[in-house]
Structures are given as structure tokens and as C-alpha cells.
Design a protein. Sequence first.
Length: 242
Amino acid sequence: MFMNRMSIKNLLESDWSADIQECIITMRSKITDIINYFRWYYISCNICSKKITPANGVYPCLNYNKDCKFPLVKYKIHIEVNDNTLKTTFVLFNDVAEKLLDASAHKLFNKLSSLDNNDVPAHVQSLCEKDFIFKLKLISYNLKEGLENFIVSKLWISDEKLELEYKLNKEKKNLIEDESELKDGVSKELSTQKVSFDVLLENLKDCEEEVHVIDGANSRKRRNLIIDEDDLIDEDTNKFKK
């Protein structure tokens, strides 16, 4: 119910690896419209379940090269959903839609006045403005081609108590992660400072070893130092930037 929870905005703006063949996510959103451009049902072969189109009063199955004697009516409902970030389209296939509507597509189909009737049954239209948790199965069609019409493999009625618990747990987890990152950042900074200071001391020690007393002159002379003063400052600064 909460696995890989995403918003529509996150989903549509995500970059997917070409290696991913399939991905499962969940999303809470509201059905805002039934898109009936492709109709809310299709006729399938009772053997292979492939879509078939009637011709001259019979239903030829191109997959079997035979006429289907017992065609089945199945749901394929395109819905528009919105979660206050963006909107997109999902597809409810027969298994999911039949459980949700508690009625077979065949039953609603028989109530149509004719096959040319493209109206959405009131029972299907009643899904609008309802809020659900959708489990989506993303396939190459979505991941690689960037197309919508995401397939719904399961759905749940929203439970506000569980949603609140999930939200609180997520906020708590994010807070812990932020605190951990902050501590790690401080530790790394202190470690960098210590390394930089140790290097500076070591360089100064090397510089002292390069000091020689010239015979016959009561003065000291330095050779070319391994690192001059400006280089020390630059190096120290760079280490802090890292």
C-alpha cells in the first residue's frame, strides 16, 4: 500500500534507467474523469483473451485464425487522476475494474441500446471524485517511451489513519537522515581541518630542517623551501573547499 510511494509529479518527471524492464510503485490520487475515447470495454477471445473486432456478425480471432464462438466482454477503463501536483491517465483492466465496480462488464454491456452507443454507464461514471491508493505496474511502454496510460494492478480505498501514520513515519525518517547527514558533514569538516593543520605543521618542520648557519657570518640563510608561504595558504584553502 505504501511501497515506492510517489506523487504524479515525481512519476512524470523521473528519469528511468534503460536497464529497468518493469517497476512497481504506489500513488494516492483522485479519479476526476472517465476518458471514453477508446470506450470503457473491449471484446476478447475466450481462449487467448486477445481483443477481437466483430465483422459481419461474427468475431474472428486473428490470433487463432478462427471465429470466436463465445466472445467475452471485458473492462478497459481509461481514467484521469489528479493528486494536487499534476494529472495523468491510468487504465483499469478487467480484473481490477470488476472487483471495484462489483459488476461484470458483460452485465453493463447488455444494458447498452446498441454497439454504437458510446456512453459511459452511470455505474462506471460513479467512480469520479473518489480517492484511492493505486498500485501501478510500469512497463517499457511507460519507462522507455515516456508514455502515460499507466496500468493499475491493484487499488485500495484510502485509510486516513494509515495515511497519517505513514506521513509521520516518513517525516521522522527524513529528520533522522538529515541529522545523520549533518553529523557526517561536521565530522568530515573537522577531519579535513585536522589533516590540513597536520600538513601545515609538517611543512613548517621541513622548512626548519632546511635552515643552515653560514660559517664566518652570524646570520641565517634559507634554501628554496619545499613549499613557500603562498602555496601553503592556497593548499590549506583548497583542502577546506574539498
